[in-house]
Write a protein that binds this ligand. Sequence first.
Ligand code: SAM
Ligand code: SF4
Length: 344
Amino acid sequence: MTAGKSADSPFSSPSMIDPFGRAVTYLRVSVTDRCDFRCVYCMAEDMTFLPKREVLSLEELDRLCTAFIEKGVRKLRLTGGEPLVRKNIMSLIRSLGRHIETGALEELTVTTNGSQLAKLAGELYDSGVRRINVSLDTLDEQRFKAITRWGDLGKVLEGMQAAREAGLQLKINMVALKGVNEHEIIPMMEWAHDQGYDLTLIETMPLGEIDGDRTDQYLPLSLVRSRLAERFTLDDIPYKTGGPARYMQVKETGGRMGFITPMTHNFCESCNRVRVTCTGQLYMCLGQDDMADLRAPLRASEGNELLHAAIDEAIGRKPKGHDFVIDRRTKQPAVSRHMSVTGG
Ligand code: SAM
Ligand code: SF4
């Protein structure tokens, strides 16, 4: 197998190879910067959102995603902001589902806060979505309110149940926050595994200005892992979902636990991802400011030649990795945009 060819992708051979020989096969698209929650690590309570005219239309997002699929993207994740609060989002998801039907795309997936799932789970399944990530940091109602500011835990749990009943496989993403939910990691893991969900822990990343101090929130997952190992038998497993998580099998629960450790473990060597914002800016790395504007070539003509050329040029500049640091001296975020802009 060459760097550019995936053994199980008979439909297209990846044509996006970066300067370090990594094939770009995974695209994350932020379909909106808006959200119905205001999680403390993600947004300030008083956020200014983009004017609507700057945001790509659903048709433009469809064209953009399709261009990437033509260039070898095999896995597409819609994120945000909260992707499922964008008006008519299901028309985009249904339309993108055609690439699953033809086999051009292996996976179409969504990262969501779960607030709209009770309503949309069935339609997601019918559009070809099979797995979703739901972000859930706590099972305690008051703490949920404190973390998300505007969220309603009951609604999210109801949505997860609806998703399960619709046939979707769920993975829970939990941001590990020092002194906030760290004591809930074990109960959350036991609960998730009991329900048949994988649980992935994420370290807080220094993205965008928020109201608080990030050094207060940062909990290194290396520490969490060694604490877990005191009570559970953890086996590293090669399981992969195409993202940056490393997985362990937990013998006692029979479930899988993932770790996304941008701060304590550099996961850049095997990076196969790029991200597009809802305004059509292509970020080759979550942790760097370099980007390419795809909205201008997209809007400049009806054909995709300019767009393809802009994508090729940008992939040629994909950097080797990020340099996130959180310490008392580096209080500035490593990059100025919020996670809700680039998409998690
Ligand atoms: N609204 C959706 C959600 O919450 O799942 C999708 C977008 S959200 C930006 C994607 C993921 O990024 C969520 O799991 C969230 O917890 C995570 N996230 C947001 N800000 C973060 C930060 N500063 N560090 C680490 N993870 C963050
Ligand atoms: Fe919204 Fe997701 Fe950010 Fe929370 S993490 S504020 S749900 S975009």
